[in-house]
Design a protein. Structure first.
Length: 320
């Protein structure tokens, strides 16, 4: 698990000046800076940042708001990575409210699970969606892909609702993963050698449903492009994709391309991100690079209709 979110939060905070004045004596001492805590010869790797935060949790929670908001959750919960990434575009108040919302869902889930009733794993996972509805959340597609924005509107789409479920499942110790298909995402309960089922906004659906609905090829499934349980690195890729989409929607195409580059570095086999990067490149007038990205998308998924359309339109505009 990467703890880069801890580094990113600290480095962006005005209280961080190469360290943090933990004892508030007006200066930064060596013990108030990140050190080689894990004794691996490298100062400032992911493990050092995690141990710095763990050793100084109380002081950090008092001096840096993000750590106070994140305190109810385990430090390796993916919600921190997500909100650290989104905080570049979201306001501090939106980040705070999103943490508060996810904490409310967690508290209610635990309350319901302590009512003495025996529940199947499917019922446990569905309970998370039911609790979100209980808190006034609706589920349908949103133009803004950020969880912080969706929480503000109390309307979550397929991937932002999946992120909340993933955060709750992490706290509960449930084996739940994000699953992607073209233009859609859901979660999967998958025990090693045990129970496995998909849940899509509270409804249990088989893999065959998505194959039929979206016309997925067996090759795209076998290669892990679609319908695979996402690793932590692939989940992180989706966070950057969503931020990139949000930046592109705001007209920040160069910044969006940077996020798509990070996403591709984390997960190079997702077809849609190449298409998204191609759109931003085309918007900047980098037509040949855009064509390369559309073609890369189609090499990964020859049935990617949006990449086919974008490639055809760009070539037509270029007189080809």
């Amino acid at each position: 698990m990467s703890y880069s979110w801890i580094r990113d939060v600290l480095l962006r905070d005005p209280n961080w000046r190469g360290g943090i004045d933990l004892n508030q004596d007006g200066k930064i001492g060596p013990e108030e800076q990140v050190q080689n805590y894990n004794q691996n010869g490298l100062v400032g790797d992911s493990g050092d940042w995690e141990l710095f935060a763990a050793n100084n949790a109380e002081a950090l929670q008092k001096q840096i708001a993000f750590f106070g908001w994140s305190a109810p959750f385990k430090k390796d919960n993916p919600i921190h990575e997500l909100l650290s990434i989104e905080s570049e575009l979201a306001t501090p108040q939106e980040v705070k409210e999103t943490y508060a919302f996810v904490e409310s869902v967690l508290k209610l889930v635990r309350l319901h699970l302590n009512d003495g009733r025996q529940r199947s794993n499917q019922e446990k996972l569905k309970l998370v969606y039911d609790v979100m509805k209980e808190l006034g959340v609706r589920f349908f597609d949103q133009k803004n892909p950020l969880l912080t924005a969706n929480v503000r509107e109390k309307t979550l789409d397929c991937d932002t609702s999946s992120f909340v479920v993933k955060a709750i499942a992490h706290e509960m110790g449930w084996p739940v993963y994000l699953v992607r298909v073209p233009e859609h995402a859901f979660v999967r309960w998958e025990e090693m050698g045990g129970e496995r089922f998909n849940m899509d906004e509270g409804e249990v659906l088989k893999d065959a449903y998505y194959v039929m609905w979206l016309g997925l090829s067996q090759a795209s499934i076998d290669s892990g492009v679609y319908l695979s349980s996402q690793s932590p690195q692939e989940l992180r890729s989706q966070f950057f994709i969503n931020r990139g989409i949000s930046k592109a929607n705001l007209g920040y195409n160069e910044e969006a391309i940077q996020d798509y580059d990070i996403a591709i570095g984390l997960d190079p086999k997702f077809a849609n991100v190449y298409n998204n990067r191609g759109v931003s490149k085309a918007n900047l007038g980098h037509d040949e690079e855009a064509i390369q990205d559309y073609e890369a998308s189609l090499r990964i998924d020859p049935s990617c209709s949006v990449a086919k359309y974008n490639l055809a339109m760009l070539k037509e505009n270029l007189g080809r």
